[in-house]
Write a protein that binds this ligand. Structure first.
Ligand code: AMP
Length: 225
């Protein structure tokens, strides 16, 4: 990318969208494209739960119930993570912010760093498709590659094509928890669409297509931004 293009690029990218919209998959592509880190609060929390750290113990019950973890907890995670040196040239937030209070927190952090507004990609997906994406999702614990048993199955069932990792189904990708996560999205996260539209930084993305086609659209929109 040209020096001018780098100068114009936003410092922070935010991926908005319901659970199953493909935020993680698309954020990975943009992270690769700009060589900046992808910060997924969900991944950080899942890792803490697995390692049974104090953070994990605090977050587990909420995550299992499909509810949001308190703002102060996730704000702290993000503040600590984006203070690390690999974020100096920018970063991608995947799954954060999820409430207006978290969005205001991001605004304050960016202002304190003297950075402009974030670029926000809102991935829009029909609810029926969201459910299939969530119930069919399988993830590789080694490389993080995401498969779907309906749309994008691995060559050998349960095994990652890239590194042979044993794919897992997320504990919160079951029907009851999914319903609660969608409810949390509608109640607490969807107001962010209007919040960012008003700031003039919202970029809607049609997330109903194949991941490669969505990624192409995302990168094209970003190069025009
Ligand atoms: P995700 O992997 O982004 O779907 O997140 C999985 C779960 O982690 C969510 O259902 C929440 O319980 C929790 N979580 C992740 N990010 C946040 C956030 N920004 N605010 C509150 N809770 C979060």
């Amino acid at each position: 990318m040209s020096v001018r293009g780098e100068d114009m690029r936003a410092h922070a990218f935010i991926f908005l969208g319901a659970p199953g919209a493909g935020k993680g998959t698309q954020a990975r592509e943009v992270a690769k494209h700009f060589s900046i880190p992808q910060i997924s609060t969900g991944d950080i929390l899942r890792d803490a739960v697995k390692r049974e750290t104090p953070l994990g113990l605090t977050a587990k019950a909420r995550m299992d119930a499909g509810e949001l973890v308190p703002d102060a907890v996730v704000d702290g995670i993000v503040e600590e993570r984006i203070g690390q040196p690999d974020c100096l040239d920018g970063f991608i937030l995947d799954g954060f912010p999820r409430t207006i209070s978290q969005a205001e927190f991001v605004d304050r952090i960016l202002a304190a760093k003297g950075k402009g507004r974030p670029q926000v990609l809102d991935i829009e997906v029909d609810e029926e498709l969201l459910l299939k994406r969530l119930t069919g999702r399988m993830t590789c614990p080694i490389c993080g590659e995401i498969y779907n048993i309906y749309f994008n199955p691995p060559k050998v069932p349960g095994i990652c094509d890239k590194d042979g990792g044993k794919l897992f189904h997320r504990a919160d990708d079951n029907e009851a928890t999914i319903r609660q996560r969608l409810e949390a999205y509608h109640q607490q996260t969807s107001p962010l669409i209007e919040y960012y539209r008003r700031q003039g930084v919202l970029m809607p993305v049609d997330g109903n297509k194949e991941p490669e086609a969505i990624a192409k659209g995302v990168l094209e929109s970003l190069s025009k931004a």
